[in-house]
Each structure stands twice: as structure tokens, then as C-alpha cells.
Design a protein around this ligand. Sequence first.
Ligand SMILES: *Cc1c(COP(=O)(O)O)cnc(C)c1O
Length: 501
Amino acid sequence: MVFLSNAISASRLSDSEQTDVQKGFSSTIYGTRWSIEPIPRFELPKDEMPANVAYRFIKDELALDGNPLLNLASFVTTYMEDEAEKLMAENLSKNFIDYEEYPVSAELQNRCVNIIARLFNAPLDKPEAEAMGVSTVGSSEAIMLAVLAMKKRWQGKRRAEGKSTENPNLIMGANVQVCWEKACRYLEVDERYVYCTEKMFVLTPEKAVELVDENTIGICAILGSTYTGHYEDVKTLNDLLVEKNEANNLDVPIHVDAASGGFVAPFVCPDLEWDFRLPLVRSINVSGHKYGLCYAGIGWAIWRSAEYLPKELIFNINYLGSDQASFTLNFSKSAAHVIAQYYVLIRLGRKGFTSIMHNITNTADHLIERLEKTGRFEILSERGGRGLPLVAFRLKKEYHYNEFDIANRLREHGWIVPAYTMAPHAEHIKLIRVVVREDFTLHRCDDFIRDLLNTLSLLDKLDAKSIAVKRTAGQRWTLLKNVTLAFKGHKDASFKQNSIC
Ligand SMILES: *Cc1c(COP(=O)(O)O)cnc(C)c1O
């Protein structure tokens, strides 16, 4: 039996008895050598790194990102139920394009298309005129496909008439999201804009129809302008365009960009006619990752019937043993998002969507009321569910600070709120926009209002000079800086002021 122990001197220890620390080995993440080395940024590292170390370092670095829950700048979903996340994680390894291998994933897309087409009131009375649809990565891809379909259909008609297929044009409000400019430039279609005015921040149907000529492939109407959330008047546009088409023997269609409104309007204002109830609405896009309540990576393009999808755009491919029709820009993608969308649709049903959309509409109205109570702001968005659940506002009069300063100071409280200028021809108007998403509850809204009031009283106390200093400080540049600068001076590079989405 030993009652007394001695600490053995180092010289008496054999090599294999040296302690782990002396050998330079530690299994504690922050005790490893990687903790005191620069993280690889430019070159593939020579050696491996343990999984827990790599995971922790990346997680730690990502902590400097903004908090998605406090991001009031974006329509894109930041909350999904655990069950939806679980389904996504379980299916991430399935490639959606492998229909033969994953027929159930493909079937879930079919069900989503059916549900969404009916939600948008697609006419389904004749088997030869059934709606068609496809899942995309987002509304941008859906819009590319829709513009392509409109262009090809126009070209086909022109060719049949023995007319020129040069110079196709597309009519839209100057308040379009940047993806429309992209689509036009990539697909070589002239952009024809209806400009905004001091009072009208969205498309004026009369002006849009006036711009129509024989080279017009379509008119875009937006259900939920990203600038102010206003729904464009698709019904009036449809009625005026019916007359114009008849009088001029034209067949100009309407595409509705319902990226954010597509999953709001059917529940908050079901009587608003903006969808396939209107005969000239031939295609609609919606972002599943906005009010479709899925995480980023899913959108939908729906056509009124196969007639509006030119055959030459559909690829019938034999892939891994089965024939399939494909109309997408990319090939492979995970099946997880389509599965998540199906989950949300059957989980919520009409009742669930209606409760959520009504709640956020109420929260938006509450925010408006509180902003108006300060006496400082003018509200530029709709209320009472007549537009998207967002609040766009600006200062009523000149202060020694502007909307951008307010947005910057709110960032100190963690809130991410964009300040931007209005669409072309009304760009002297500065505004702030708060997007009300599902997880922006009434009590979170009250926390936001409290921080906004604090911000205002702080700005009141600061002088103009210190506000100007703060305006330029704190800009964090990353590797992106060089890319941005490299292209900025290019003669064809476009510079979109308002990259709000
Ligand atoms: C968000 C948005 C888009 C782009 O959609 P993504 O799904 O982000 O590609 C296009 N149009 C409008 C009106 C939008 O709000």
C-alpha cells in the first residue's frame, strides 16, 4: 500500500512519457496550433485540420455576420420549424434532377405546382389547357425562364407572319427588382420603363399600355413593389391591354412578378384580381423563400397553360435511364427546398397561412401607428393589408441627420434596416424600409420602436459634424472590395443604387 507519492523529475521520464502538451498536441480547439495560425484564405492548405477545429473557426467567424432575426431588410425567410429543418437536413444529399432515383421528391414538386397553380386561380376546366410550373432557385431564375418564354413565343409568331424578330422589348415600371434588368440584358430584350413620379411609385397601367408596340414581348406587373410594397394594378392593366391587343391585332401578355405578394395577397385580400383570373396574365413567379416561408433557395414559375411554353425551350432528356422534360437554367440542385416547400404548404394550409399573414399585417399597421405618433415620419407604404406587410417611411422635414444615419445608428442596436433612394425619376426621395416577416412579432416590433426612439434622441443631441464622421466610419471592407472596384469603372457595368430585395 502507498501512502506517499513523489513527482518524478522530467529527466527520468522516457520519450513516450512526455506530456501531451510538451509534444505540442492538444485536443482542445483553442489549445491547438491552428488557433495561433492564420486561417487559410487564399490557398488550399497543405495539411488537414480536425473537423471540430474547422467547424468552430468558421462558426466563430460567422458570428460577425448580422443576426438574421434582426434583419428587417429582407423578405427572405429566417424562421422555419424544427420539423422542416429536419426534413431538409435529411434530404440535402438528394440531387433533385435525378427523378428516376428520387421519384418521390419529383412527385412533391408536382404537388406544389398543383397547389400553387390553384392558389393563383389557374383555369383547370380543360385537360388541354392545364397550367404548367417548375421549381427554381428563386424568383430570379423563374423570371429568366418567363422572359425567355415570352421572347420565344413572340419570335415564333413574328416568324410565322414573315416579320422581323429584331428588337424585342419588355415594358415594366422603373421600380422593378434588379433581376428584370439582368434578364433583359442577358436575353437581349430592350427595357422599356414606365418611370415613377413624386406621387406614383409604381407602374401606371395607362402609361405602360401606351408603350406597347408590335415588338413588345410582354408587360411585367409587380405584386408587391420592393420599394414601397404597393401592389400594381394588374386588373386595370389587363383590361386596357385587352383593348390595345384587339385594336392592333397584337397578343401582348402580362407576367406578374409576385415574388413576395404571391403568398400574401391570396390570404389577406382574396378578392383582389391579380392572377390567372385575368385572361392576359399568362405567367407568374413567386419566391418560395419569401412569404412562401422557406429558407433561401426556392422559387416557382407557373404558366397558364402549355401553350405559353414554346416547345423549343423544353429539353426532353434521357438522364440516368428515364425520359424527362426539363425547363430550368441550372441542372443539379438539392431536393431539400422543394421538400421544405411541400412541408410548409401542407403544414399550414389555408388557415395557417391566413393567420400568419393577418398577424404580420397587423404588426405592420402597429408599427405605422407608432411611427406616426412620433410626428416625425411620413409613411410611404400601404396599410390595412392593401400592400405587402412592410413599412416604408421617411423623415417629414429636414433634420441635421437623414434616413441613412438613422439606419446606421440602428445597426448599433443589432437591427438591420435599409435606407435607400426611390426608383429612377423619384430618386431624390430617401426612405427606410422595415419588412415584417413571420418572426417579427408585436413584442419584437415594440423592442424595435424603443431602439428607434433612442436612436432619434441620440441623433438629436449629436451635432452635424460628428454625425458626418460616423457616416463614413465603420465600413467593413472584405475581399469583395477588389471585385467591386474592378468592375465599377467598366463602361457597361450597371450600378444599381437600390439593391434591396
Ligand atoms: C425578391 C424579388 C425578386 C427576386 O427574387 P429572388 O427570389 O430573390 O430571386 C424579384 N422581384 C421582386 C418583386 C422581388 O421582391
